[in-house]
Design a protein around this ligand. Structure first.
Ligand code: RAM
Length: 335
């Protein structure tokens, strides 16, 4: 009589422990974490989608999320938000940095106050954060942009880059890889004539596009590795005599680019899902703030519907490869 009872009790205990283990696994994230997103700028549709993805994740793990940030993509404009969040003692700051170095002292101060810092979209120097959630491998984004524009130009002719701000860590890293890819012999007849900066401002990017077309009458293509720049360049070209003569490509959101793909101004462009980027960044921040990870390479963490993710070299976590959008697939995407 005693034996079966003991066995039953043991089974119950094992079951309970297993149950606990399961709960503990799912609940590696503490309830009620205060997580603040600081995008490059608040009124950029790309950043809005990314922040919304972050807020959706925070809701899933019962945290307390908010988005604060400047309306211009300047690093000094981000500092005051970081300082306020430090005073408020949030649990984590998730920031898309407008400069690799300018924010570092302020983010370091946040970290020394126990706040976890994750960069996403655009990194700081590694000293400024614990984890960088990168949309895709920077080298493959940069090389991919040249491969795409080369295809559009038939590997021949003059082209220009229309970038975001001159200090943007992400665009500058991609441009470095674009230049590296350009060294290959198959691109010998392609010439990068200018890198212009529209500062992720729609009007400024529009005017810069006009300037490029005037300054370089033989221009065959513009590559804008910024969603703001790409939409502005496409809008300018779509109603100018350059339509059909100058190709426009780069990185942009399907919703902003749809009309220009449909009207033939843009044949193809690339991006990842910014919503998933924000979602992944929120999970990384929450796991850090819960003590489940320390941000060391090789550690893995639970990223909700994105599954388990591993921290790579220099604390980098990669979302996944970019997608190329064109007339054949653009209607399958809504962001
Ligand atoms: C703009 C921003 C952002 C970049 C995208 C592609 O929205 O510069 O940082 O990742 O473009």
């Amino acid at each position: 009589m005693q034996r079966p009872l003991r066995a039953a009790a043991a089974a119950t205990l094992v079951g309970a422990l297993l149950g606990l283990a399961q709960v503990a696994g799912a609940a590696s994230i503490k309830d009620g974490l205060k997580i603040a997103f600081v995008p490059k700028q608040i009124n950029n549709p790309y950043e809005v989608t990314a922040d919304n993805g972050g807020m959706a994740a925070i809701k899933e793990f019962k945290g307390d999320g908010k988005v604060v940030g400047p309306s211009d993509a300047g690093a000094s404009s981000q500092v005051q938000y970081i300082n306020t969040l430090t005073t408020q003692r949030v649990n984590a700051i998730v920031v898309a940095a407008n400069d690799p170095n300018a924010l570092v002292p302020y983010l370091k101060r946040a970290m020394s106050n126990g706040i976890k810092v994750v960069t996403f979209d655009s990194d700081t120097a590694p000293a400024g954060r614990e984890i960088f959630v990168n949309q895709a491998n920077a080298e493959s984004i940069g090389r991919g942009q040249i491969q795409l524009v080369a295809k559009l130009m038939g590997n021949e002719g003059e082209f220009a880059i229309l970038s975001a701000t001159p200090n943007a860590t992400n665009q500058n890293t991609w441009i470095k890889w674009m230049k590296e890819e350009l060294k290959k012999p198959e691109y010998a007849k392609m010439k990068l004539v200018k890198i212009a900066y529209g500062n992720d401002d729609d009007q400024q990017s529009f005017v810069e596009t006009q300037g490029l077309l005037q300054a370089y009458p033989n221009l065959k293509a513009i590559v804008a590795p910024t969603s703001v720049g790409l939409a502005a360049a496409a809008r300018y070209i779509s109603s100018s005599p350059s339509k059909g003569k100058v190709d426009v490509t780069g990185l942009g959101t399907p919703n902003q680019m749809r009309e220009f793909v449909k009207n033939g101004t843009v044949k193809a462009f690339q991006l990842w899902d910014p919503g998933q980027l924000g979602y992944l960044a929120a999970y990384a921040a929450a796991n850090l703030a819960s003590g489940a990870i320390a941000g060391k390479p090789g550690e893995t963490f639970d990223a909700g519907k994105l599954g388990k993710r591993t921290i790579g070299k220099d604390g980098e976590v990669i979302l996944g490869p970019p997608t190329t959008f064109d007339a054949s697939n653009i209607d399958q995407f809504n962001f």
